[in-house]
Design a protein. Structure first.
Length: 123
């Protein structure tokens, strides 16, 4: 099987806040926005909707390991699900920046049928 192999893992911006879905065998539509409500403060939100590129291959994590093995017959569907993320950060004059975020995965057809899984929230 030929699966796209990510050479350099990235962080939350590309993968989503939960870091559960990697860029192997995936199509990902991402949208979001960022606001600066006050000096030094930043708040942002992101949305991901993911589909398998190949229904016979599995779902991979951000580290490249298999999260959910593929269904060889391809009967679990293509739609992995959606992820919604919210982050906030504060920059201080000393160069220190503190931030926090939370993400939630809403399982799609593939996760529900191949893993009998439910949603996942990660702070």
């Amino acid at each position: 099987m030929q699966t796209f192999d990510v050479m350099y893992p990235s962080s939350h911006l590309k993968w989503g806040e939960t870091d559960q879905i990697g860029w192997r065998n995936i199509h990902d539509v991402r949208g979001g926005f960022e606001i600066v409500p006050a000096r030094g403060w930043t708040a942002s939100t992101n949305y991901h909707s993911c589909w398998l590129a190949n229904v016979h291959d599995g779902l991979y994590t951000a580290s490249g390991s298999v999260a959910i093995p593929g269904v060889s017959a391809g009967t679990a569907g293509r739609w992995v699900g959606q992820e919604a993320d919210v982050q906030a950060s504060r920059k201080f004059h000393s160069g220190l920046e503190l931030g926090a975020g939370v993400g939630h995965i809403f399982p799609g057809t593939f996760i529900r049928l191949a893993a009998s899984d439910h949603g996942y929230t990660y702070p």
